[in-house]
Ligand binder design. Structure first.
Ligand code: ZN
Length: 241
C-alpha cells in the first residue's frame, strides 16, 4: 500500500479509511506496506532489543544486522524504508534496565525519527552526524538549530556536514559529538550505523573512505563505553561489503 495523501502537518482529525490512515502514518512513499513487512520490521526491532539485553548483561560491543532499518521512523510515522525505530527501541530497553543511553547516528541521512521520538526528553541523548539536509533527505529535519524542546532542550545535537566532506573533517566532528555525549553523563552508546557516508556510495553525499571507517571505529572504541551498533543505511556499490 502506497498512500496518495500524506498528512505531514497533522490535525486531531484521524482519518477512517485505510488509504488515508496509511497516509497519516507514512511520511513518504519509501515505506510501502507489503506482505510480511510487519513481521520483518518487528523482528528487526527485536534484534536490536536482543543486542540491548546482551549489552546490559555485560557485552562491550555488539553489531546488530537490523533489516528493515529504523532511524527515519517516528513513534507513529514510518518513513524512508523505516517502520520501527530500532535504535530508539533499544535505547528504551537500556533505559528501562537502569542505563543512561545516548544514540549517535552516523548514517549519511539525519536520524529524524529518532530525534522526533526523544525531542522533548532528557533521558535519552540524541546526536546525529549527516550531510546538510538543506538539499538532502530528510530535508525538513536535521538542521543545527534543532536542539530539543522543553525538558529535552540541549539533549538533541545535529552536526550537519557540507556535501563531499571526507575523513579528516568527519573525524573532527565525531570528536565534537563525543565531547557532548561525555558531558551529559551517558553510560551506554547506541550507534545508528549507516554506511552510506562512504565515498563510493551511489548517493554521493559524503566521502568517507574505507580506512576512514576504520578510524571512526577506532574513535568509537577509544571512547570506551559499552556500544551497540545497529545497521541503518548503505546502498549498493561494488566495495560496500
Ligand atoms: Zn541513510
Amino acid at each position: 500500500m502506497i498512500p496518495n495523501v500524506h498528512s505531514d502537518r497533522r490535525t486531531a482529525s484521524y482519518p477512517r479509511s485505510a488509504i488515508d490512515q496509511a497516509g497519516f502514518h507514512q511520511a513518504d512513499t519509501a515505506c510501502p506496506i507489503a506482505a510480511h513487512i510487519f513481521e520483518s520490521a518487528y523482528w528487526s526491532a527485536h534484534s536490536a532489543v536482543k543486542g540491548a539485553d546482551l549489552l546490559h548483561a555485560g557485552e562491550q560491543a555488539l553489531y546488530v544486522l537490523s533489516r528493515s532499518p529504523g532511524h527515519h521512523a517516528f513513534a507513529d510515522l514510518a518513513g524512508g524504508f523505516c517502520f520501527f525505530n530500532n535504535t530508539g527501541i533499544a535505547a528504551e530497553r537500556l533505559l528501562a534496565a537502569g542505563h543512561r543511553p545516548a544514540i549517535l547516528d552516523v548514517d549519511l541521512h539525519h536520524g529524524n525519527g529518532t530525534q522526533g521520538i526523544f525531542y522533548e526528553r532528557s533521558d535519552v541523548l540524541t546526536v546525529s552526524i549527516h550531510v546538510d539536509p538543506i538539499r538532502f533527505y530528510p530535508f525538513y529535519w536535521g538542521h543545527a538549530q534543532e536542539r530539543g524542546e522543553g525538558a529535552g532542550l540541549g539533549y538533541n545535537l545535529n552536526l550537519p556536514l557540507p556535501r563531499g566532506t571526507g575523513d579528516d573533517d568527519y573525524l573532527k566532528t565525531i570528536k565534537t559529538a563525543f565531547a557532548h555525549i561525555r558531558a551529559l553523563g551517558t553510560d551506554v552508546l547506541v550507534i545508528a550505523l549507516g554506511l552510506d557516508p562512504f565515498e563510493k556510495d551511489p548517493l554521493k553525499g559524503l566521502a568517507v573512505t574505507t580506512p576512514g571507517f576504520a578510524r571512526i571505529g577506532e574513535a568509537i572504541a577509544k571512547f570506551g563505553l559499552p556500544t551497540l551498533l545497529v545497521q541503518e543505511g548503505g546502498y549498493l556499490s561494488e566495495e560496500l561489503g
